[in-house]
Design a protein around this ligand. Structure first.
Ligand code: ATP
Length: 360
């Protein structure tokens, strides 16, 4: 997947910005508040329907404006030229995909695959389970056709069951939703567990390239109930009294989680802050690699302010591992890191000032 053109209007400080990235490594430099992260946010928004700094309604639209507008043109793995346009007010949106109206944001996000590592990405290890579920589900959404319908089934059944639980229904009223939840939930869990099993060796080889000192990382899946001991149907039945008292469904795949384990470390808490970031980066890059292996094309890789996150040695190793891969990369930094020379020299450089990126 190769992004040829990005146009942004009225997103944070970007009044009217245009970026035409090259294949390979693109470096965006500029001072604090210049708009580098906002450009990455624009790409991320097309890939996820939300920013990594919150929803569109949480301040993404430029002050004094009613909507932001994005346009992107890229080439997919088969060499086809694709186009997407999005207008978003924070409440309402309108989108076009290849010239036709897009029926949903989900449809849009299925087309442009983006992985992002930014200063908040250490939340993948340190934050709540929703970050890690989102990570898992992004991959499945893109590579597993069975995933989205089953995820929707599960989400709908969960909403209905939770609404019922609040009303203290008779047990029989819960039956159909328990059944639906159990059926969809078992499939969801199987898909997630299989994905993590596929990701584990990819993560190990990625971490080996720039984080070998910690040993081979493993991935442990937590399905959201005691899956090795009981079916989800049984678990739901057993937790019914408690769920009625709580007024919501206390177990199931919506509570799933996963974690990275290093054999020589007692737990995540033993990681230094830098090691936590490197591990999160390894997870993100492994996910991009696994995507490339499954789909035969790389997602667009966005790395915001990586140099301020990593020391020089780890930064060089991480970039070397990526740059050789053929992925298109958008990398932001306040200044050009001096290690970006020789084989790590960017294919294109842009300087961002007051929300305007200019090619150098
Ligand atoms: N809704 C908004 N309307 C107008 N300006 C905004 C809005 N939200 C944020 N800004 C401004 O947009 C800029 C955002 O900059 P951005 O985070 O993209 O900068 P950056 O180049 O990545 O900087 P840094 O190096 O400090 O991370 C800031 O100057 C901020 O004050």
């Amino acid at each position: 997947m190769r992004l040829n053109l990005l146009r942004v209007r009225n997103l944070r400080c970007l009044v009217e910005a245009e970026l035409a990235p090259a294949p390979g490594l693109n470096l965006l430099t500029g001072g604090n508040g210049a708009g580098k992260t906002s450009l990455i946010e624009a790409v991320h928004l097309l890939g996820y329907g939300r920013s990594f700094r919150g929803r569109v309604r949480d301040g993404l639209v430029r002050g004094g404006q009613t909507a932001l507008e994005l346009f992107a043109e890229w080439q997919d793995g088969q060499g086809r030229r694709r186009r997407v346009g999005l207008r978003h007010t924070g409440q309402e949106w309108e989108a076009r995909l290849d010239g036709a109206p897009a029926p949903s944001l989900t449809e849009l996000c299925a087309e442009l695959a983006v992985v992002t590592f930014e200063p908040g990405s250490h939340e993948l290890l340190a934050g709540g389970g929703e970050h890690r579920r989102r990570f898992l589900d992004w991959a499945l959404f893109h590579v597993e056709p069975e995933f989205l319908p089953v995820w929707r089934r599960y989400a709908r059944a969960l909403k209905q069951r939770n609404a019922l639980l609040k009303r203290q229904p008779v047990a029989a009223a819960l039956e159909p939703w328990d059944q639906e939840l159990a059926q969809a939930g078992e499939i969801l869990s199987r898909l997630r567990s299989a994905y993590l099993a596929r990701l584990e060796p990819v993560l190990a080889s990625t971490a080996e390239e720039f984080l070998a000192e910690l040993g081979r990382p493993g991935l442990r899946f937590q399905p959201g109930w005691r899956r090795e001991e009981q079916s989800l149907a049984d678990a739901l039945l057993l937790s019914r009294e408690r769920d009625l008292a709580l007024g919501y469904t206390s177990l199931g795949p919506h509570r799933a989680d996963w974690r990275v384990e290093y054999p020589a470390l007692p737990g995540r808490e033993a990681l230094s802050r830098g090691q936590e970031k490197l591990t999160a980066l390894a997870c993100v890059l492994a996910q991009a690699r696994a995507f490339a292996a499954d789909r035969g094309e790389w997602p667009l890789v966005c790395l915001d302010d990586l140099a301020s996150e990593l020391d020089r040695v780890h930064l060089a190793r991480a970039l070397t591992s990526l740059v050789g891969s053929g992925a298109q990369i958008l990398l932001t930094a306040t200044e050009m890191p001096d290690l970006l020379a020789g084989p790590l020299a960017p294919q294109a450089r842009f300087h961002v000032e007051q929300g305007v990126p200019r090619p150098l």
